[in-house]
Design a protein around this ligand. Sequence first.
Ligand SMILES: [Zn+2]
Length: 148
Amino acid sequence: MSDSQPNEAQPNPLRGRKACKECGVINGVRAYVCKDCGTEFKMKKPRKRSHKIPVEDFRTLEEGDLIRVVGGSGPYHTSKDGERTYFIDRGKYTVVKIEKDGIQARGNAGTCYLYMGKSCPSKLLDTITNSPCKLQKVYLPNHLRQKR
Ligand SMILES: [Zn+2]
């Protein structure tokens, strides 16, 4: 990492191409790895992918928003030896309806209720704890967005 950097003011003779830092072989600008030695190139612009932002307040979500449930969150059952089994599968869900203490959301296994209230023992069974789901809002790159 102590190599001197090329002066940025100089005209770039490699416009449209790039030289491998390791071996100096000229590669096409879109190459991900050096064709000669296999060194990975750092891309200036990472390819756009969906990105996720933690949801602080689920009431800010709207119908049709894409969310992701983080694994190991939400209501769970505690077995006699203390092992937790979570009821909500992690993964992507589409918001169907925002309710007082949670969200109706459509996932791979159909519509389910994502509890978002305070953590407390279930009134139904004392081995079940109602615990809020951890959510991330999923932002898709423009070209993957579906307009309704
Ligand atoms: Zn190389």
